[in-house]
Write a protein that binds this ligand. Structure first.
Ligand code: ADP
Length: 777
């Protein structure tokens, strides 16, 4: 930290000089710095000059001069670290410094947020500074949500600076790797990324990988059938749930019963694989997904809810048939089960960057995980003004009801003081309940469920006024900061009521951080009960008995015993550990896919860019033949192979192979000969060399993609299969690695065969305008 402070002080000193520069001269700095880079200067050596330049530009263009703490944060960010800066410290302005410096390189510097509204807004507002300094900047998100056509990808990804969302970048990355021409690949470099709210993106959203889906799988009626069968089963007898409620599996009795219901004698046999898989999906849908907590049913459709903030995730679907199983459970129309074409986790997407950094209000509590998993160190940046907010001790009650009553009394007290109040709940249903009670008491309030971001920021703008009461789900409205009116500050500032402790201390801290920004007064207090989710899911069994005893004795006041107070912290610790290991698991799964994906994307890129593809074609042909040779048992197998893959006009009875096919050496030579002759005949149809090269390229890419897409889809299915089995002694990751490797090997063989077949048997249609159409077999 000492090193960084020294640099920050130098920047401050240098700003004083730049104040005397004319606008024109200050703008010249960009060219000067770029020239220095061109002449071999290291980027890090330009930090003082570049940072001072932006700071001065910030003042002239936006009317904001970065504070020392912001400059210090910005220095920390340059070196691939996480800067923890509290809410209201001005992270948006802080970002201008590292973004400008890395923008100078011209290889694209990315500012990533989770919220497309913020990406657009900041690209517009903050973008003025970069433009003023002569850099290009673009927003990577569509103008209107969902209207993807409005994006000019070429322009976006050739800009010096891009403000975008993690999902837009991720999908563009995956689509780039499905392109067949280099011109259709837009992201040139993954050089520098600064992730805003990095904890939200790398920790909270790590559970859902990005998946590009394509043409639907064949629709099956098994979903409804399996759903019906599952309804007849009993928990504990037919199936069991793990203690943390995250896994569920059939018992032996369950399997026997299902065999009886379905009339299938052996459900575990490979023949019944599909049925068994659907039964597992139906079981998961029944046990692991709770209506109105994990999803809602709206207009005859399932809409998933974000685990953290209760946002409705329109357009997001569970993968690998789980979504359809859920639809069957709710008796709504079963949608097409699409297949995965390409997938990547956010963790691995961001690990592709040469330098990665992040900022957030809350990272220190999870610093170990950031260091171990991402090699990112966390630095806590001091606040610009001293924090005077009071964080009160938790108020603990036996039951939910007592807790809610007590918290509402506090809200009433604050109302009498005319202070703004923010009630933070852990779920949509809880915030609805609070809203309902407030309404019945005649207390006006806003409810923030985060359905649309622009509306969200209007509610947030209201939330800092006197008498204003806002009910919000935990993470809604992150990234927009509650500003207090002068009167509200005089009355004591914002009062945050937490209605339950969240899944981690980090998220609790996020909620607390809403109050007391920039040295303002404020209070936070959590109301907790022994019936809260975090307690019932993670606390030891005696807690339940203890609670029942209290209820019997009609104890409704706050509980004071230290032993009880500890329960919440312990429960949170257990929850946190299980989330960490879940994230690590996901990473381990994706590690396997990553190796395969890298290998495949490398080959694809070589094929896309190479001028000589004969080597690829010949390797495929030879490997294919050598792979098949030992497998053929009789002449029929061989003729079948020739007929399907080499030559439709092959006449088995007139071939010399008929009598000599047992001689493998002879057979091999003859086949290669036959292939060569056919290949030359195909190649002759192309008039010019470029067309022929393009033909080979398309055949190779098409063959690779067809099989890789199958593989991606199969890996998704496999992941689901290994994690839904009750493994006992087995290690699911190990099984997955093993199976995935085998599948990859098979895929390679299949690609070789497809190349052979596509090269020799595609239909080539010459069109009048000189172009050609290809119809692959
Ligand atoms: P954070 O993301 O850290 O919570 P924001 O970037 O939303 O904070 O900034 C909070 C508010 O502080 C914004 O209204 C911003 O304009 C203001 N602000 C930031 N930096 C400064 C500064 N150096 N001087 C004055 N106001 C600032």
């Amino acid at each position: 930290m000492y090193k960084y402070k020294k640099i920050a002080l130098k920047v401050q000193k240098r700003i004083k000089d730049l104040k005397h520069f004319s606008d024109a001269r200050l703008k010249q700095q960009t060219k000067r710095l770029r020239d220095q880079l061109k002449n071999g200067a290291k980027l890090d050596s330009l930090i003082v000059e570049a940072y001072a330049t932006v700071c001065e530009a910030d003042r002239r263009v936006l009317g904001l001069s970065p504070y020392y703490t912001q400059i210090l944060g910005a220095v920390v960010l340059n070196y691939g670290n996480i800067a923890e800066m509290k809410t209201g410290e001005g992270k948006t302005l802080t970002a201008t410094m590292p973004m400008y410096l890395h923008g100078l390189v011209g290889k694209g510097a990315f500012l990533i947020t989770a919220n497309s509204y913020l990406a657009k807004r900041d690209a517009e507002d903050i973008g003025k500074v970069y433009r003023w300094l002569g850099l290009t900047i673009a927003s990577g998100v569509p103008e209107d949500d969902g209207d993807d056509e409005s994006r000019d990808l070429k322009k976006i990804y050739s800009s010096d600076i891009v403000y975008t969302t993690h999902s837009n970048l991720g999908f563009d990355y995956l689509f780039d790797n499905l392109a067949t021409k280099p011109e259709n690949q837009y992201i040139k470099h993954l050089n520098f990324a600064l992730i805003d709210e990095i904890d939200s993106i790398l920790l909270d959203q790590a559970q859902t990988p990005l998946i590009v889906s394509g043409a639907p799988n064949v629709q099956s009626n098994l979903y409804q059938l399996c759903e019906n069968m599952i309804q007849q089963l009993d928990e504990k007898i037919d199936f069991k749930k793990s203690e943390d409620g995250k896994k569920v599996w059939f018992t032996e009795t369950g399997i026997n019963n299902l065999e009886e219901y379905s009339g299938v004698p052996d459900l575990l046999a490979p023949k019944a694989h599909e049925l068994y898989q659907h039964l597992n999906l139906a079981l998961k849908a029944k046990c692991l997904f709770v209506r109105n907590r994990s999803y809602v049913v709206e207009n005859n459709e399932i809409v998933l809810l974000d685990k953290m903030n209760g946002r409705k995730l329109y357009g997001t679907k569970l993968q690998s048939g789980l979504h359809q199983a859920l639809e069957a459970k709710e008796h709504v129309k079963i949608s097409d089960d699409s297949r995965a074409l390409a997938s990547i986790t956010y963790q691995n997407l961001f690990r592709l960057f040469t330098r990665l950094s992040g900022m957030t209000g809350t990272a220190k509590t999870d610093a170990d995980e950031f260091r171990e998993t991402y090699h990112l160190n966390t630095f806590v940046i001091p606040t610009n003004e001293k924090i005077i907010r009071k964080d009160h001790a938790d108020q603990i009650y036996a039951t939910n009801e007592d807790k809610i009553k007590a918290s509402l009394q506090e809200v009433q007290r604050m109302r009498e003081l005319h202070r703004p109040v923010l009630i933070e709940t852990g779920s949509v249903s809880m915030s609805k309940l609070y809203s309902h009670i407030l309404l019945s008491l005649g207390i006006p309030h806003n409810i923030l469920n985060a359905n649309s971001a622009p509306k969200e920021s209007r509610i947030i703008a209201e939330a800092g006024k006197t008498n204003s009461i806002t009910v919000a789900t935990s993470m809604a409205g992150r990234g927009t900061d509650i500003k207090l009116s002068d009167q509200a500050i005089k009355n004591g500032g914002l009062f945050v009521v937490g209605t339950e402790r969240m899944s981690s201390l980090r998220i609790d801290n996020q909620l607390r951080g809403r109050a007391g920004r920039q040295g303002e007064p404020g209070d936070t207090k959590f109301y907790v009960s022994l019936e809260d989710k975090i307690v019932t899911e993670n606390a030891p069994k005696w807690v339940k008995r203890y609670r029942e005893k209290l209820v019997k004795k009609h104890v409704t006041s706050a509980l004071k015993k230290p032993r009880i107070k500890n329960i919440i912290n312990q429960a949170q610790g257990i929850q946190k550990n299980s989330e960490i290991s879940e994230r690590q698991n996901i990473l381990k799964f994706d590690e396997v896919v990553k190796a395969q994906r890298n290998c495949l994307y490398d080959t694809r890129n070589q094929v896309m860019r190479s001028d000589d593809l004969d080597h690829y074609v010949d390797t495929a042909i030879h490997s294919c033949i050598d792979n098949y040779l030992p497998k053929w048992k009789n002449y029929f197998d061989i003729t079948n192979f020739i007929y399907n893959n080499i030559d439709y006009s092959f006449l088995p009875n007139q071939s010399t192979l008929k009598d000599r096919w047992r001689d493998r050496k002879y057979l091999r030579a003859q086949l290669l000969n036959m292939i060569e002759t056919k290949k030359q005949r195909v190649y002759k149809q192309f008039e010019n060399k470029d067309q022929l090269l393009e033909y080979k390229r398309l055949v190779l890419l098409k063959s690779i993609d067809t099989m890789w897409i199958d593989q991606v889809d199969a890996l998704e299915q496999l992941k689901l299969a290994v994690s839904s089995r009750n493994w006992g002694q087995h290690n699911p990751i190990y099984e997955y690695q093993h199976e995935a490797r085998r599948a990859f090997h098979n895929m390679r063989e299949k690609i070789y065969l497809l190349i052979l077949r596509n090269i020799l048997l595609s239909e080539i249609v010459q069109k009048d305008d000189g172009t050609i159409d290809l119809i692959f077999v």
